[in-house]
Ligand binder design. Structure first.
Ligand SMILES: [Zn+2]
Length: 858
């Protein structure tokens, strides 16, 4: 292919000619292909080729090799330090490299402290920026299969450590360069293994070849198939937690994020689409981004690489790596290189080599550093003024919290504090917007602090937008994600004590009994406690009606879904061992267990009532593999594995068609294409007592295959007559729900609603699957309200389609149950507020009494 291309080269334009020449030189690229010329290099520092035994771009560098090279250079150079900042799920160390002049490195902690003061309003004015280095953070390949970024790192490190001239000396004097060499090593390793293992001696550029089509789920994601480039704000993964801690210690002025995009494209650098910038980001940020863009353009022009700006990408969702810095007084820059995926790929522009893609990442790394040096003083000044500007918002503070489920509040506080946001106790009980917030059970976050923009970006609701297209979600208001009551306070409010620590809210065992213990289902980790008990052989029951019981020190009301462990139900004469176990679970899971001495209750059902039903121990199987959305499936795996300790069997569709399903009692279909699934086999299994959970677009499968009687609304085609061709993409994009928050009414008497105490629940939705109203009034435990939009973007027609329709429907199917959920209750692991809906389907699916029957009425 390369050969053919060379034959055609004369017919092409000059820019193209450059491009092709680069490709043709692939097989022989030497160091000068990547490195600035007219620079002397210190021979004591090995080049990547000398160290690896192959040239950069010839193979995909494995993580161990990459770390080995960095370690080697660090041992030989006084310009480079490295630090482990975390470990991935697969136990790979995460490193941050610090590169600067030897003089700067000898007092690096002092530089860090001084620099941080720029972001502390009471300290900043006394700090001199005349000789302060600019802090530049460069992050590579957060998406593991976008490998050109991280494969450029050895050359970047070599250049910074080995180059010998006046310009590198002044660069290192005036900057501290932080390098995150591979943000997602677990995904990166999957990808590198795939392309290396499938590489031929004679490079194959055919896009159909195995090398260029990695196997599901691909290397983009981390271990649990999460997109780490959506986790910068609510930091649910070890990679992000470690990185954000470093970010806040350093408060960089520039942060770069090196990605790849489709192979047919060229190269993108920010700014993205200006109208799609988050309104809390200052206008100046865009100006600086444009100014830096001129440096990238100049450098890419010089090597003949094509590029584009101001289209395709935006800066709206603060959970992305290149957008988060924009609300932190820094400039976040997204780079997107057309991907070669493997080592060589045929594209509409000719064959593109891996080396070519690496060179563009190397080139824009160096143009960033050039811009950093040139813009040092103005960026330091900007950062200082960003944090000195006081909030002009009408909101003065956010108050949140109540007495139910302290775990969700605890995690909210963890996230806020990780972002250097000050959280305070209430000074006294407050009634705000009709809601009561009690001292000791609620917190206050005032906007009179340095991070006021970020606080607003976390708490606020927003329903009007300059643009109707979004690269990612349009809403992420934290109290809604966590289902925690809150209030926006417009008047000054007295603060209580500032939180200096945030210990886990342990539960207690109240009393001691040889008869029974009960615990409520509202605690976030109550399902984990229940599963642990089941795993240890205890038989649990669930109260399908509320009751009052005599407990130590008085009586207490227990809600729907309270769990009972009794001596009678377990053929135990003594519950002594149980008491000890419950004490451990109370501490670990934040659950309160109540000892009960008698089965007779003052009001409501008694403990031996048939309304206290046996709880089935979950034995779930989830379908995964080609056709299934890795994000949605990964969220379920992560939830069950890391938060509930339930071992989850995962199998491909083809395998499920082959194996016996009898040992499972719950089958999970997350978002995906299930046309290849043997539905007669699944029907037989459900009829026999299985619980089928179908989510988001799997709801369509369940409806059309006759598992569920729900009907999906047909969305009429655009019928407003001819429109300009050029508007088609915009119009279609605007009809999407890219991710917004909606309000539902929840039936807390239904097993799917167990553990919820308030009648309204916010849910996350990113699809346009709207259900028709259903006939059975008793089995739609979650229904959108009449005016459902809470925060985010939705068109008026879609809003009309959504209102008053069900979000979750449960029906019987033979002896089994089918539960359809149109929304994703586990979104990105930070929707703590709706995880319980999903867990209830797993724990209580079989407890749902027959209401309406499925399509297979028996
Ligand atoms: Zn990417």
């Amino acid at each position: 292919m390369t050969f053919l291309y060379l034959n055609n080269i004369k017919k092409r334009a000059t820019a193209f000619l450059f491009f092709m020449a680069i490709v043709s030189s692939f097989a022989q690229v030497n160091d000068s292909y990547y490195l600035p010329q007219q620079v002397r290099y210190n021979p004591a520092i090995p080049t990547p080729q000398q160290y690896f035994g192959f040239q950069v771009g010839e193979w995909h560098i494995q993580y161990e090799q990459l770390l080995g090279y960095i370690k080697k250079v660090a041992s030989l150079s006084d310009r480079l330090q490295m630090k482990e900042y975390g470990k991935t799920y697969e136990n790979r160390p995460l490193w941050l490299l610090t590169v600067s002049s030897p003089q700067n490195l000898s007092r690096i902690d002092q530089i860090k402290t001084e620099h941080h003061k720029l972001t502390e309003p009471d300290q900043a004015s006394g700090v001199s920026i005349d000789n302060m280095p600019l802090v530049v953070w460069m992050g590579y390949s957060v998406h593991g299969n976008e490998a050109s970024g991280t494969n450029a790192v050895p050359m970047v490190v070599y250049y910074l450590a080995a180059a010998q001239d006046a310009s590198i000396d002044s660069l290192l004097n005036e900057t501290v360069i932080l390098i995150d060499p591979r943000i997602n090593p677990d995904g990166g390793e999957r990808f590198a293994s795939w392309v290396n293992a499938n590489k031929s001696m004679n490079l194959v550029s055919d896009p159909n070849s195995r090398e260029l089509n990695e196997m599901w789920p691909g290397g983009r994601y981390n271990h649990y198939w999460f997109d780490l480039n959506r986790d910068w704000l609510y930091t649910q993964h070890p990679e992000s937690k470690g990185r954000i801690k470093q970010f806040h210690e350093w408060k960089p002025n520039i942060l770069t994020d090196h990605h790849e995009m489709g192979s047919a494209s060229s190269f993108f650098f920010q700014p993205g689409i200006p109208a799609r910038t988050h309104p809390l980001t200052p206008k100046k940020n865009l100006d600086f981004t444009e100014k830096m863009g001129k440096f990238h353009a100049e450098a890419l022009d010089k090597i003949g690489s094509l590029y584009f700006t101001k289209e395709g990408y935006d800066d709206f969702y603060y959970g992305k790596g290149s957008t988060f810095p924009d609300v932190q007084g820094a400039i976040g820059i997204l780079f997107e290189q057309a991907s070669s995926r493997g080592h060589l790929q045929e594209t509409p522009h000719g064959a593109m080599s891996f080396a070519f893609t690496i060179r563009n990442q190397m080139t824009t790394t160096l143009s960033t550093l050039k811009a950093a040096k040139a813009m040092r003083k103005e960026l330091l000044t900007y950062q200082r003024s960003f944090y000195q500007e006081k909030s002009t918002a009408t909101t003065k503070a956010f108050v949140f919290g109540n007495s139910t489920d302290k775990v969700r509040m605890w995690e909210m506080v963890n996230i806020l504090r990780q972002h250097e946001i000050d959280v305070y106790q209430l000074a006294k009980d407050e009634i705000l917007e009709g809601k009561t917030f009690n001292k000791g059970q609620a917190y206050i976050v005032p906007l009179s602090q340095a991070q006021h923009r970020l606080i607003q970006g976390i708490f606020e609701k927003r329903t009007s937008f300059e643009d109707s297209l979004f690269y990612d979600i349009s809403a992420w208001s934290m109290p809604h994600c966590f289902n925690v009551p809150y209030s926006e306070v417009k008047v000054p409010i007295t603060l209580g004590e500032k939180l200096t620590q945030n210990p886990f809210p342990q539960g207690n065992v109240i009393g001691k009994s040889n008869y029974a213990y009960v615990f409520e289902w509202d605690g976030y980790f109550a399902p984990r406690a229940a599963y642990e008990l089941q795993k240890k052989g205890y038989k649990l029951k669930v109260a399908t009606e509320p009751f009052t019981a005599v407990i130590e020190g008085g009586t207490r009301n227990f809600a729907y879904g309270t769990v009972e462990i009794s001596a009678g139900g377990n053929q135990l004469t003594s519950l002594e061992n149980l008491h000890t176990l419950l004490a451990q679970l109370a501490a670990r899971d934040g659950v309160d267990f109540y000892a009960i001495q008698t089965g007779l209750t003052p009001t409501g059902i008694d403990l031996g009532s048939s309304y206290v039903a046996p709880m089935r121990m979950p034995k779930p199987l989830m379908l995964v593999g080609a056709g299934v959305n890795p994000n949605d499936a990964g969220e379920i795996w992560h939830l069950l594995d890391t938060r509930v300790n339930i071992p989850l069997s995962m199998a491909d569709i083809a395998q499920v068609n082959r194996v016996n399903l009898e040992k499972y009692n719950t089958l999970i279909l997350s978002s995906g294409d299930y046309t290849a699934l043997n539905d007669e086999k699944i029907k037989a299994w459900v009829r026999n007592g299985g619980t089928l959970i179908a989510m988001t677009d799997a709801v369509e499968w369940a409806a059309t295959r006759g598992f569920s009687p729900v009907k999906i609304k047909k969305i009429p085609a655009d019928s407003l007559g001819p429109k300009p061709y050029a508007l088609a993409e915009r119009y279609k994009g605007a009809q999407l729900i890219s991710g917004a928050i909606f309000q539902t009414k929840i039936d807390v008497t239904h097993p799917i609603g167990y553990g919820y105490k308030e009648p309204l629940l916010s849910v996350f939705r990113d699809n346009t699957i709207f259900l028709e109203k259903i006939k059975d009034p008793y089995n739609a435990p979650l229904i959108y309200t009449n005016d459902p939009l809470v925060s985010g973007y939705i068109t008026e027609p879609n809003k009309k389609r959504l209102k008053d329709t069900p979000s979750v429907v449960a029906t019987s199917f033979g002896a089994g149950k089918v539960i359809v959920m149109t929304d994703n209750p586990n979104f990105r692991a930070f929707w703590y507020g709706t995880n319980k809906l999903f867990l209830n389907a797993i724990f209580f699916g079989s407890n749902i009494l027959s209401g309406i029957r499925g399509g297979d009425d028996e």
